[in-house]
Each structure stands twice: as structure tokens, then as C-alpha cells.
Design a protein around this ligand. Structure first.
Ligand code: ARG
Length: 570
């Protein structure tokens, strides 16, 4: 089944094409008609003819019988009014389709999505929230579209800090199989280790030796490292479960995984003649990258002390994803400050021939989370806010809000509060254009009014409540007449669902789906205010119940693609 928009766009496209090959009808939704085609202006300009005349030519050429009517408007726009019978047909098809008309892709790709990627042996803080939530929404959107997703949680589990952390573990006597190292206070552990390291030359000496032992594969050191790693992974898995994020344990493929491939990266870059010695460090200077003084910028592959850094690991990871995992697409959901790092990684990988043009690579960047003072969000103690604390506070607020409404039985309030809190946090994050910073304001996020997660969840719960009062549902022979403007407006939004989902995926902008869902919920609210449903005469009641059903399904599926639950009662 082709969507309403796709059908109109294709037929108009043919007509435009017949007047000038490749001309774009620029079909948009409209508040004057159902849609409008704005492409006539550009076409008329190219043809050097009066727009209204060209618009008439389009009308004469187009094949829209049984689909829609065109009318010239203003200086040369085309208003599109879809035929009632066509809308009826499209709505009935959507009703019969679990995916509401969104067709899975015919060209499934294998996509590696690198996201969340916290550093182990540290608690996850608010800085990890966006990468985790946006990455997970994208993973869900890709899967829904029919692509194969391989998630890669590129955790920071290697490198110099581990020498210090392992020595601290030993000092605490937590180096045995029965170690009880508290994962609840990873930050405390890290802080104490850092403190000991800074204050004690002998500790620093031991730590340095430990890093060497770690990187050269000393078994006892690897075992100790494993204790830290295990505890950390248990801890982050716990956070993901609380966040309802789809990352699994086997998706944790951190920096350590690539340790054995790093030497090969250097060797191969060297053989290609791409390595330059710069102050003892081995670097690649990809063309086109310069610093503020216009000097070429190095990507440091091996440091002066022979150690490999972040960049070498990312090059090894990229090769693994292309050569071993055979991915067609590589997505990196990482904060905007790393934009240059990824540009350079991609550029070097292309020069080295590890990345062909057939593999799409993209850094999906996002901005910061700010406090209500518009500065980087910090706790009262001036530290970064821990994710667990943030979640707990949101649940608390949602609980209080539910308590005030008192619409839900007390014993169900806690679970519901959790769903609302998560919905609130995720939606606030996803509904902002990701490149922008956003203000973390719990009061606003958990509000049931405005463009918020709870508002959408509530809209969904409201529809669900209608069906509780009409358990018999509606006839499968339902016919859509769309006799009032709010019904027609709602129907058009429902039919636009496939484009909304596809648009969010193609642009890697989940906020587009949020905007769509908010608009849909508002249209539903208007419809529900104006059009009686349960009290309508039988055939109208069927039609309106079917519109309710489609609305509930679009909201629930949309929210689920954002990783947000849609409770049936609120
Ligand atoms: N662990 C890194 C950090 O905290 C993020 C890793 C992102 N992914 C990557 N492939 N570099 O900044």
C-alpha cells in the first residue's frame, strides 16, 4: 500500500516531469486544503511562463482520478483536496495494518550504532543521558524500518586510569574472588583512587607499572581489571534496565576489545606512507584539517610514550565494523564536542582505504544538558548529576503529580510514576533538536500540559479509557465519511504517520517524530472536544471509534519508538 502523500507526490511528480524533467512538485500539508503543491512557482520560473498558466498545465496533465482534486490558488499554488472515498480506503488499509501503513524497507542495511559509551569504573551522570536516549531511539527507528542494528557500547575500559584503579583495588584488599567492592559508589572509588594517586609517589609508580602490565597482557593484572569491568558492567546494565534502554550486555564492546588490533592500525598506516613523526608521536595529517593558525592538524595514532590513544582505538573499531561486522552504515551518537575527532577518523579511514564510499558514516552529534540557570547541569555540590539520582527525583515528582490527580489506585501509582518519569525525561530530551542544548527542568517535563511526554501519554490513556467504556468496539465494515473539519484534520495526520517515522529516521532527528506526535495529540483533543463518540448514532460512532483506535495505535507506536511506555490509565 502506498501512503496518501506518496500517491499524491508520485502523480504530481509525473505531471511536473512532463513539463520539465525532474521538476519537484514540493508537496506540503496545508491549512487551506489537505495539501498544497508549491513547486509551480519554481517550475514557471524555469519555463519562463506565467505561474497560473503553468498550474493549469499541471492540472491538465495530472492523473488523479479517484484520488484528489486540484485547484489553482493565489499567484500559482496548487491546492489539493483528497477525495472522500480515497481517504476512506487509506484509513481502512491503515486500520488493517499493524504498522499503520509504514512499509518496511526494501533495502535493509546492517547498521552499527555506537551509543551510550560511558567510561567504566565511574557512575553514569547526566552527560551520558542524551547519547543513551537518542541512540536508543535511533536503534528502535532503524529496527522498525527493517534494518539490522548492531549496537556498540564503546565503553572507556582501557588506558592509563586503570593502572591507578587497579592499584587502589589492591590497596583496599578487594582483589580476591570474594571482593565486595561497592558498585553503588563507583565515583567514590574513583575519587579515592585519584586522591591516593595524587598524594603518593610510590602509588604513582605502581600505577604506571600496572598500565604496562595491563597492556602487555599480564594475566593477574587482566584478572584484576576484570573485577572492575564486571562490576561496572553490572552497574550500567542496571541503569539501562531502569531507563528501559535496549542495550544488552553483549553490546558492550569497549576500548579494551580493540587492544590487540592497535599495532596493526599503526603498521598498516605506516605501510601506506601516511604516518608522520611529530615530536616523537606518530600522526596522520588528513588534508583539510587545520588549527586556528592554519597549521595542519594531526590525528595522533601513537603517543610519544608508545601508548595508543582514543583515535587509534576508534580507527581499529571502524575497521572491525566494516571488515568483520560488514556494516553498510556506521552511526556514532556522541556529543557535539567530538565532531572534529570523528571527521578526522573518517577522513583517515578513507585515505587508508578502510572506508569505501558505499559505507555511510555519520557522527550524530548532540548538545549539552543545562540546568535552569542555563549553565551545565550540576548538583548542589557542584558535581555532575548522577543518572540514578535524576531518575529517582523524576519518579518522586511524577508520584506527587499522580497523587494530586488521584485517578489511579494507590498500589499502581509507583509503577505508573516510573513510566511517567521516564517518559518525561526521554521526551524532553528527544523533543529538542538534538544539536541544541536543552534545559533540564523537571517541573516542566513532568507536567501534563504542553509539549511533554506525560501529555502524550495522557492523550493515549484518554483514548484507551474510551474503549473501556465501549468494550464491543466498532464494526469492521466501518466507513469513513469525515464529515467535520476536526475529523478530517485528525485523519490526515493519522495517514501521515509513515512519513513522520521515516522523516525522523532519515534525518536522525527523533524530535521530528515528537513534533508529529504532539500535533496528532492536539488534533485528537480537538476532535474529542467537538465530536461526541459514544453518544453518536451507530455508523458515526463506528467511524469515530475507529479514528480513536488509530490515534491510540499511532501514539503508542510512536512513543514506543522513542522508548517511552504508553500506559492505558493515568
Ligand atoms: N567514552 C567516550 C567518552 O566518554 C565516548 C565514546 C564514544 N564512541 C566512540 N567510538 N568514540 O567521551
Amino acid at each position: 500500500m502506498s501512503t496518501t502523500y506518496a500517491t499524491l507526490s508520485a502523480r504530481l511528480g509525473e505531471a511536473f516531469d512532463s513539463l520539465l524533467p525532474g521538476a519537484d512538485p514540493a508537496l506540503r500539508s496545508s491549512d487551506r486544503a489537505d495539501f498544497q503543491a508549491n513547486g509551480v512557482m519554481a517550475l514557471a520560473k524555469s519555463l519562463g511562463r506565467p505561474p497560473r498558466e503553468v498550474a493549469q498545465d499541471v492540472i491538465n496533465a495530472v492523473h488523479l482520478d479517484g484520488v484528489a482534486e486540484l485547484a489553482v490558488a493565489g499567484p500559482g499554488f496548487l491546492n489539493v483536496t483528497v477525495h472522500e472515498e480515497f481517504l476512506n480506503h487509506q484509513l481502512r488499509a491503515a486500520l488493517a495494518d499493524e504498522r499503520l501503513g509504514a512499509v518496511p524497507t526494501a533495502a535493509a542495511k546492517r547498521v552499527v550504532i555506537d551509543y551510550s559509551s560511558p567510561n567504566v569504573a565511574k557512575e553514569m551522570h547526566v552527560g551520558h543521558l542524551r547519547g543513551t536516549i537518542i541512540g536508543d531511539a535511533l536503534a528502535r527507528l532503524y529496527r522498525f524500518a527493517g534494518h539490522e542494528v548492531i549496537a556498540r557500547n564503546h565503553v572507556g575500559d582501557w588506558g592509563t586510569p586503570f593502572g591507578m584503579l587497579i592499584e587502589h583495588l589492591v590497596d583496599l584488599g578487594q582483589d580476591g574472588a570474594d571482593a565486595t567492592l561497592s558498585i553503588a559508589d563507583l565515583d567514590g572509588f574513583y575519587r579515592d583512587a585519584r586522591h591516593a594517586f595524587d598524594g603518593d609517589e610510590a602509588m604513582r609508580e605502581r600505577s604506571r607499572a600496572r598500565v604496562v602490565a595491563l597492556q602487555s597482557g599480564d594475566p593477574e593484572t587482566r584478572r584484576l581489571w576484570g573485577i572492575l569491568f564486571e562490576r561496572s558492567v553490572n552497574y550500567i546494565s542496571d541503569v539501562y534496565a531502569k531507563l528501559n534502554v535496549t542495550l544488552r550486555r553483549e553490546d558492550v564492546v569497549g576500548e579494551s576489545y580493540y587492544n590487540d588490533s592497535l599495532a596493526g592500525v599503526v603498521r598498516d598506516l605506516d605501510a601506506l606512507g601516511l604516518l608522520v613523526d611529530s615530536d616523537g608521536a606518530r600522526c596522520v595529517f588528513p588534508p583539510g584539517f587545520t588549527n586556528r593558525l592554519g597549521e595542519p592538524l594531526p590525528l595522533i595514532v601513537q603517543k610519544r610514550d608508545e601508548g595508543f590513544g582514543y583515535a587509534a582505538t576508534d580507527l581499529a573499531a571502524l575497521r572491525d565494523r566494516v571488515e568483520v561486522l560488514r556494516a553498510n552504515e556506521l552511526i556514532y551518537v556522541v556529543g557535539a564536542p567530538q565532531a572534529q575527532h570523528f571527521e578526522m577518523i573518517f577522513a583517515v579511514a578513507r585515505r587508508a582505504g578502510w572506508l569505501s564510499d558505499s559505507v555511510h558514516c555519520e557522527h550524530v552529534a548532540f548538545g549539552h544538558v543545562l540546568g535552569t540557570d542555563h549553565k551545565m547541569l550540576k548538583s548542589r555540590q557542584g558535581e555532575s548529576v548522577k543518572l540514578a539520582a535524576l531518575l529517582a527525583e523524576a519518579v518522586e515528582r511524577a508520584y506527587v503529580a499522580l497523587d494530586e490527580r488521584a485517578t489511579v489506585a494507590t498500589n499502581e501509582r509507583y509503577d505508573l510514576a516510573r513510566a511517567i518519569a521516564l517518559g518525561a525525561i526521554k521526551y524532553a530530551d528527544l523533543s529538542t533538536e538534538r544539536q541544541h542544548d536543552y534545559v533540564f527542568d523537571l517541573d516542566r517535563m513532568v507536567s501534563f500540559e504542553g509539549n511533554t511526554g506525560p501529555y502524550l501519554q495522557y492523550a493515549h490513556a484518554r483514548v484507551a479509557s474510551i474503549f473501556r467504556r465501549a468494550p464491543e468496539g466498532y464494526s469492521s465494515e466501518v466507513h469513513f465519511t469525515l464529515s467535520t473539519p476536526p475529523e478530517r484534520a485528525l485523519a490526515l495526520a493519522l495517514l501521515a504517520w509513515p512519513e513522520a517515522v521515516a522523516g525522523a529516521l532519515e534525518s536522525h532527528q527523533p524530535h521530528r517524530l515528537c513534533t508529529y506526535l504532539f500535533d496528532l495529540a492536539q488534533r485528537f483533543a480537538t476532535f474529542y472536544d467537538v465530536c461526541p463518540v459514544l453518544k453518536a448514532p451507530p455508523s458515526l460512532r463506528d467511524e469515530r471509534l475507529a479514528l480513536c483506535d488509530l490515534s491510540a495505535r499511532a501514539l503508542a507506536q510512536g512513543l514506543s519508538l522513542l522508548g517511552i511506555d504508553a500506559p492505558t490509565q493515568m
